[in-house]
Design a protein around this ligand. Structure first.
Ligand SMILES: Cc1cc2nc3c(=O)[nH]c(=O)nc-3n(C[C@H](O)[C@H](O)[C@H](O)COP(=O)(O)OP(=O)(O)OC[C@H]3O[C@@H](n4cnc5c(N)ncnc54)[C@H](O)[C@@H]3O)c2cc1C
Length: 470
């Protein structure tokens, strides 16, 4: 006999979304969060959905993979995206949020929902199999629970190293040096830019490479297996003299009007900086600024010393220094169905980064699907899968059992996957132009998803529509 209440472990992005979807379908939820009594090495608050590093959900435009994922989530009344939209800050084409208002609002909404009971404790074990449960404990799942998951699955979880960028007080930057602009003058002048000449860049890079690293504690013995999308800045610097200039410190497309005519080639060549460090607003007023792409494992004293070498940041005061941690994720293709249920136990689901999806919106997408399916199961209905043409569907199908055959054939090691158009099926007709092709993916996805949503809504009421859905 299956219990009707669903347990969601972890009130991060995935768990918050899952709890919201379940409660809104009329099923009671117990949402269990260990913070603040037991915190993770990267979280700083006790609020739900805390964004531990960047405050950006990625490109906003729906003809970009992350933008499409956000748009799909909006179709399903996602709490995470609705809240992100409400607390957005200017970020030149990206959906970035005031992280503090974002998390506070999520916490308020979920804590006051009549069908959600909040329990602030560390979950130490998996609940019994009669209880429908979603594990959404993220990349920093507490050790005790991680060891129980390992025993349950019989597979050692995978891991990689990830790092977070520092945040500085906006009033402590030198506005005589730092200028506001967006790349190629697109949208608002949302970024603060610190220009560097060649000498400053070379000296800065040398110090970065030599800078003293924080200890990786018990993980030291393992070789550092970084996640390529979130490399520490000192690791990028180590890879080559110009690697930072072609990465986060790229100066192309950024121009300070005080430097004169951009279209005068001679002037441009003379004045264009060798590299630019960008700062992105954390809040609407720009009181807090995130150092874009500056995730790091340098010691805090070294961060202060070396980052103050950046022109305009000589007197910068730090709200938070960068940190680096080991992230855990499951070998999902061996363990999960595309419904996000464990193959071994139909009442147990996993969602979020622990399943090997990468990125904030992707974590919310996993929470959305697991939430919908946990709710269906509580109503004695079969769980569903999302259409492959959608970004949600293709991403979840990739990380789940549907991918198992593919990856074992190719002998690929499973690695976390962000939303990308590389996952969606080809169009029936070939479109050469990339922009037009992405637009076509977007239109196809939204069309398919709107139909899917209509049937799903009816399926929640009636039983006989499963065949139409899956
Ligand atoms: C240092 C670092 C930097 C990152 N930077 C970025 C970035 O810039 N951009 C990006 O898109 N992604 C980033 N990520 C990945 C990021 O964690 C995910 O994108 C997103 O937060 C995942 O959401 P989630 O809900 O799966 O996990 P989380 O948001 O981590 O939520 C999991 C929740 O579960 C709780 N929990 C854990 N164990 C237990 C337990 N036993 N009992 C009860 N509660 C528990 C945690 O306290 C937490 O609140 C970063 C991750 C780390 C660790």
């Amino acid at each position: 006999m299956i219990n009707k209440e669903v347990i969601v472990i972890g009130a991060g992005l995935a768990g918050s979304e899952a709890a919201w979807q379940i409660a809104n379908s009329g099923v009671p939820v117990k949402l269990i969060e260990m913070r603040p009594s037991h915190s993770s090495p990267a979280h700083h608050t006790s609020e739900f959905g805390e964004l531990v590093c960047s405050n950006s959900f990625g490109a906003l435009s729906p003809d970009r993979a992350s933008g499409l994922l956000q748009e799909e989530l909006r179709t399903f009344n996602s709490l995470i995206i609705k809240t992100a939209d409400s607390y957005a800050v200017p970020a030149g084409g990206a959906l970035a949020v005031d992280r503090s208002k974002f998390s506070k609002s999520l916490t308020d909404v979920l804590s006051t929902h009549p069908l959600i009971e909040i329990k602030k404790i560390e979950q130490l074990d998996l609940p019994e199999k009669e209880t429908i449960t979603i594990i959404a404990t993220g990349p920093l799942t507490s050790d005790e629970l991680a060891s129980k998951i390992k025993i349950f699955t019989g597979i050692d979880s995978c891991h990689f190293f990830d790092a977070a960028s520092p945040i500085i007080y906006g009033e402590t930057i030198d506005h005589e040096v730092v200028f506001k602009a967006s790349r190629y003058d697109k949208g608002d002048r949302a970024y603060f830019n610190c220009p560097m000449n060649k000498n400053a860049y070379i000296n800065f890079r040398n110090e970065l490479i030599e800078g003293e690293q924080a200890s990786l504690k018990d993980f030291e013995k393992e070789s550092a297996n970084f996640f390529e999308a979130c490399l520490p800045i000192e690791e990028i610097a180590r890879r080559g003299v110009d690697t930072m200039r072609y990465g986060p410190l790229k100066s192309i497309g950024l121009w300070n009007p005080d430097w004169g005519d951009l279209f005068n080639r001679e002037n441009r060549l003379k004045k264009r900086p060798h590299a630019i460090v960008q700062l992105r607003k954390e809040d609407l007023d720009g009181k807090l600024l995130n150092m874009v792409g500056f995730q790091t494992n340098l010691k805090w004293s070294e961060q202060k010393r070396i980052f103050r070498m950046i022109p305009g940041l000589e007197k910068a005061e730090f709200v938070r220094f960068g940190v680096m941690h080991r992230n855990t994720f499951l070998e999902s293709p061996k363990l999960l169905l595309p419904t996000l249920q464990f193959l071994k136990r139909e009442t147990l689901f996993a969602a979020g980064q622990i399943t090997g999806t990468e990125g904030y919106a992707a974590a919310a997408a996993g929470g959305l699907l697991a939430g919908i399916n946990a709710s269906l199961l509580a109503k004695n209905k079969s769980p569903v899968t999302f259409p492959n043409e959608s970004m949600i569907g293709s991403l979840i199908n990739f990380i789940s059992n549907k991918n198992q055959i593919m990856s074992s054939q190719k002998k690929n090691k499973f690695q976390p996957m962000p939303a990308t158009f590389g996952l969606v099926p080809e169009l029936t007709h070939r479109i050469k132009d990339k922009k037009l092709r992405y637009k076509a993916y977007q239109e196809r996805s939204i069309k398919v998803l709107q139909r899917f949503k209509k049937i799903l809504d009816k399926y929640f009421e009636k039983n006989d529509l499963l065949a139409e859905i899956n």
